[in-house]
Ligand binder design. Structure first.
Ligand SMILES: [Mn+2]
Length: 269
């Protein structure tokens, strides 16, 4: 199929530090994504009808290490040849997802939108904590650059980690509409829904006021001028949502990330 995007649900929230619920995200995001109530077009000018190749949800009921399952299932989906958007899970899943992506795209820049840096060296003695994926990602050198945007919970430990790993940070306090990322490699987008202000996306486990608007996040995504090879949309917690408004935001961001993938990626064609 010309111009296709792969989807993969990752219903996993066992490494959340506070509230569970993100495992329920994939089905609810898909429902809004495919709802007849909304346009099937991305703002970048692509009709997305029939363009999604959905690989379903990873089945974690099967025995085995969930991290190995995620890495192998993401790898299998990527090997179909289209850019991939993973739906759901807490932010911990980004580590095994990026292991699979990095193997296929050795020069990679991560554009990470979040209220939190998620770069704790340790948290609750769990190296897989959803507060730590980017410490593991940078230790394993799974990306050439990590750019974090929208942060508003930075502490001194985080600043030490930023220096240690050379993380580029645009805190929410420094975000502005004219921000343009100077990107030189293929891109991975890690989209934590709590990067948006809770007024726009209340359905998250850790609401942090002072965040970006839906419009600001969409504009930032649309400004990306390099190939977007894969993305995750994480931390949607249906238990915290009102009338599925945050699922709808997640679906909208899925469409706009897909729209940028179709505009930028030779893999999409
Ligand atoms: Mn977060």
């Amino acid at each position: 199929m010309a111009g296709a995007i792969s989807l993969l649900g990752i219903p996993h929230d066992e490494n959340s530090s506070y509230l569970r619920g993100a495992a329920k995200a994939p089905a609810l995001i898909r429902r809004e994504l495919h709802s007849d109530a909304y346009s099937s077009w991305s703002e970048t000018g692509f009709d997305l009808t029939g363009r999604f190749v959905d690989h379903g949800d990873i089945d974690f009921a099967q025995p085995g290490d969930p991290w190995e399952r995620i890495e192998s299932e993401v790898g299998r989906a990527l090997d179909v040849g289209h850019p991939l958007i993973s739906l759901g899970g807490d932010h911990a899943i980004s580590w095994p997802v990026l292991r699979a992506v990095r193997r296929r795209h050795p020069d990679l820049t991560i554009v990470h939108i979040d209220a939190h840096p998620d770069i704790y060296h340790t948290y609750d003695d769990n190296p897989r904590s959803h507060t730590s994926p980017f410490a593991r990602v940078m230790e394993e050198q799974l990306a050439s650059r990590l750019i974090q945007i929208g942060l508003r919970t930075v502490n001194d430990h985080h600043r030490d980690q930023f220096r240690r790993f050379g993380v580029e940070v645009v805190e929410a306090a420094r975000f502005h509409e004219a921000l343009r990322l100077d990107l030189k490699t293929p891109v991975y987008i890690s989209m934590d829904l709590d990067g948006l202000d809770p007024a726009f996306a209340p359905g998250v486990s850790h609401r942090e006021p002072g965040g970006l608007s839906t419009r600001q996040v969409i504009n930032l995504i649309q400004s990306i001028n390099q190939t977007v090879v894969a993305a995750d949309i994480v931390e949607y917690n249906p238990d915290q949502d009102f009338s599925n408004v945050t699922a709808l935001v997640a679906a909208k961001l899925t469409k706009e990330i897909a729209g940028v993938m179709l505009r930028t990626s030779p893999m999409a064609n």
